[in-house]
Write a protein that binds this ligand. Structure first.
Ligand SMILES: Cc1ncc(C[n+]2csc(CCOP(=O)(O)OP(=O)(O)O)c2C)c(N)n1
Ligand SMILES: [Mg+2]
Length: 342
């Protein structure tokens, strides 16, 4: 939901200056913090659970990128849809996903989102507009364009958001569907998460030009923001969402961020030697959660003790989710081919 906001002193000209980002309701600044903490605790607990050998499959963690999912999803209504990626936990939680059913899915249990049959990269919750994580790089981009087209054809107010990585930017599906989305003015927001690497390859070695310039070439307005600043992401997303709702067509936002953990759980430390510890630490010093915490304290929105309590309560919620998942039953093996399409 977009909250009531002051229209005084727009500070980004007429492009995104729909409101003053520093005059949002106090509760919203706290909600940014809460949801980022939820994602951080969830992901770091997945790391722990996986490391203890009780989780099958694979996970790609979102630690460090929390501001992107939260800044975007807090501009959305429940009916609005998102498509996610292989690194999807943060998007799902930011859109309201249930940590208990997510952990149950990760542990292969019946009460998981996909009855334990999909795992990390297939979690879907249609009731929350989550059209799915996706193991196919760029796969969500086609689905997002389809969702936007169906909203337009049916005359529904919902909009569609596609999260995708810097690696997905180089897939053909983006160009084929963004071209049509622009031509048909579909209610679509492209959120490119530039975490500086696609697997073990730096963006500078894989990408000519830039995402925003490529989008602009197709007539899609674009901007680049600091993806570790949840307020900057929220402001840009608000601009893009307003355009989509007003029937003005797709917009493109590149969010510069960084993943703290390896590409997946098997990529630890300097196993593959593609980045330095100094670089990781430099980005960790720009932690999006700490940044929002400091903003809240410095602007006297809430004292440090209140934020400590949020962190404690959130960890307790995640611990309960893990317990719920551990105690849950496994799906009956006879169901293995049910709901599986080939
Ligand atoms: C179509 C396709 N090609 C290749 C892969 C293997 N793969 C999985 S993740 C990944 C890198 C994706 O990079 P990016 O889009 O930047 O996302 P990030 O992992 O950085 O979040 C690749 C190449 C895949 N899953 N699907
Ligand atoms: Mg990437």
């Amino acid at each position: 939901m977009i909250p009531e906001v002051s229209t005084k002193q727009p500070d980004r000209g007429d492009k995104a200056g729909l409101f003053d980002i520093h005059r949002l309701p106090d509760e919203l600044y706290l909600e940014f913090f809460r949801r980022m903490v939820l994602i951080r605790k969830f992901e770091e607990t997945v790391y722990d659970v996986y490391s203890r050998g009780i989780m099958p499959g694979l996970a790609h963690l979102y630690t460090g990128e929390e501001a992107v999912a939260v800044g975007v999803c807090l501009t959305l209504d429940t009916a609005d849809t998102i498509t996610s990626t292989h690194r999807g936990h943060g998007h799902l939680l930011a859109k309201g996903g249930d940590p208990r059913r997510m952990f149950a899915e990760l542990l292969g249990k019946e009460s998981g989102y996909n009855r334990g049959k999909g795992g990390s990269m297939h979690i879907v919750d249609m009731s929350l507009g989550i059209l799915g994580a996706n193991g196919v790089v760029a796969g969500g981009l086609g689905i997002a364009a389809g969702a936007a087209l169906s909203a337009k054809v049916k005359g529904e107010k919902r909009i569609s958001v596609a999260f995708f990585g810097d690696g997905a930017l180089n897939e053909g599906l983006f160009y084929e569907t963004a071209n049509m989305a622009s031509l048909w003015k579909l209610p679509l927001v492209y959120v490119m998460e530039n975490n500086q690497y696609g697997e073990y390859t730096a963006v500078s070695r894989s990408t000519a030009g830039s995402g925003p310039r490529r989008a602009e070439a197709m007539g899609i307005p674009a901007e680049k923001v600091d993806g570790n600043d949840v307020l900057a992401v929220y402001e840009a997303a608000h601009w893009a969402v307003q355009r989509a709702r007003a029937g003005e067509g797709p917009s493109f936002i590149e969010c510069a961020t960084y993943r703290w953990r390896g590409h997946h759980m098997g990529d630890q430390g300097d196993t593959y030697g593609y980045r330095t510890q100094a670089e990781v630490e430099e980005w960790m010093n720009r932690c999006p959660v700490t940044r929002q915490r400091n903003y809240i304290i410095q602007n006297e929105i809430a004292p440090a003790e209140a934020l400590d309590a949020i962190e404690r309560d959130t960890q307790a919620q995640i611990d309960q989710a893990v317990e719920f998942a551990k105690e849950a039953a496994y799906t009956n093996p006879e169901e293995v081919y049910k709901d599986v399409y080939a």
